[in-house]
Ligand binder design. Structure first.
Ligand SMILES: Cc1ncc(COP(=O)(O)O)c(C=O)c1O
Length: 384
């Protein structure tokens, strides 16, 4: 048993947060704990400044200066739902991929089952990729939206989102990128590739607290909204404001959470995303090499371009047996199962068995990989 726990479940939520994130949440709760944009007193103004600085930090990371078009949400799921339900109408066709998380699949299959949309799910290839050409060929006159993940939460494999954006732009089709795994794990520049919508979550590779996220919207006037309530603006009216971001942000915001999210993004901007990704890639390559060395371990999409996550199985064992052993005997925290993405497992041929997933962050090390590999080898040896 190791004394220090090893956290390899960063695709679920980054385990270690920078100290500055923890500090920012505590400072907000201690010193700036007022309701932003509601009361006129100076503490409320300071809280509103935290909210504004959060939009600014998000805008800086994704090169998107129109901060009023950055809608703060409680996670990627809320952001995806706002984009999907706010865009689609009777008769629209939607294209998506078999690698999507249920936070994309469930809203889309709900609209399909209601008869509102036609849904075309494109199967990914052996590297878990759907190519821009495959998307182009699937489009029809009725295609309104393509929803695509930047990176799979199951295999860590990247989708060619820039190429897919290019074919959609040429065809006049909107693109919604699910950046839950991609934000802070791949370079996204919204001046270069101005996706119609980018949905992100704050608590994964942006290193913020849970309960934070954002939807970055190219043209909010074309996006319907379904939550209405207090915004602190136009209080004399009983109708909801129609200007962004208030149009999409009814109710009190998670100010302490966003204080932490802004600090998480500032941490990335200070360190430099390129440097962080290069570091993670090295540790990931090291992990892959070691995993591939164990005969009893089957690694999925082994040759694909990926973020710092990988799925595997140990021959003759269920994923939960492996994850349970790592947790109880070695204090190594990893996730097993279907990871909320059943069609991704049908793509891999691992449905309903699922996989074990190791997902890394900037704070993991090669020494931790060595330890995890030792643990896996011991598991295999004991199963004999
Ligand atoms: C690819 C992908 N999309 C969406 C989500 C949903 O993120 P959240 O639970 O933060 O809303 C996740 C969460 O794991 C994910 O991995």
């Amino acid at each position: 048993m190791t004394d220090t726990p090893i956290y390899f479940d960063n695709a679920a939520t980054t385990g270690k947060k920078p100290d500055s994130v923890i500090q920012a949440v505590c400072d907000c709760l201690r010193e700036t704990n007022a309701n932003p944009g509601r009361s006129g007193h100076s503490l409320s103004v300071k809280a509103a400044e935290i909210i504004y600085r959060t939009r600014e930090a998000i805008g800086e990371l994704f090169n998107f200066p129109k901060t009023e078009n950055i809608v703060l949400t409680k996670n990627a799921t809320e952001a995806l739902n706002i984009a999907i339900y706010g865009t689609l109408e009777e008769g629209d066709e939607v294209i998506t991929t078999s690698m999507e998380h249920n936070s994309v699949m469930r809203p889309l299959t709900h609209l399909e089952s209601r008869g509102t949309i036609t849904l075309n799910v494109l199967w990914a290839d052996d590297n878990c990729v759907v190519s821009p050409e495959v998307v182009r060929r699937a489009m029809t006159d009725r295609t309104k939206l393509v929803v695509i993940t930047a990176a799979s939460n199951v295999t860590g494999t990247k989708m060619p989102i820039e190429g897919i954006y290019a074919v959609c732009r040429d065809a006049g089709v909107k693109v919604l990128v699910d950046g839950a795994q991609g934000a802070g794990a791949v370079q996204i520049d919204l001046q270069k590739t101005p996706y119609d919508f980018l949905a992100v979550t704050g608590h994964k590779h942006l290193y913020g607290p849970q309960g934070t996220g954002a939807l970055i919207v190219k043209d909010p006037t074309r996006l319907d909204f379904f939550m209405r309530g207090g915004t602190g603006s136009l209080s004399e009216k009983t109708t909801h404001p129609d200007f962004p971001p208030d149009r999409f942000e009814a109710g009190t915001l998670n100010t302490p959470g966003y204080a932490g999210l802004a600090a998480g993004i500032r941490f990335i901007l200070r360190e430099g995303l390129d440097k962080m990704l290069a570091y993670e890639r090295n540790v990931m390559d090291y992990l892959l090499e070691k995993l591939l060395d164990i005969d009893e371990v089957e690694v999925y999409a082994r040759n694909a371009d990926r973020v710092a996550a990988v799925s595997f199985n140990v021959k003759g064992a269920t994923g939960s047996e492996v994850a349970h052993y790592l947790d109880k005997e070695w204090r190594i925290y990893a996730r097993s199962g279907l990871h909320c993405a059943p069609m991704a497992h049908r793509t891999l041929g691992t449905f309903p068995r699922g996989t074990v997933r190791f997902s890394l962050s900037y704070f993991n090390t090669e020494e931790e990989v060595d330890r995890a590999i030792e643990a896996l080898k011991e598991f295999v040896r004991q199963r004999g």
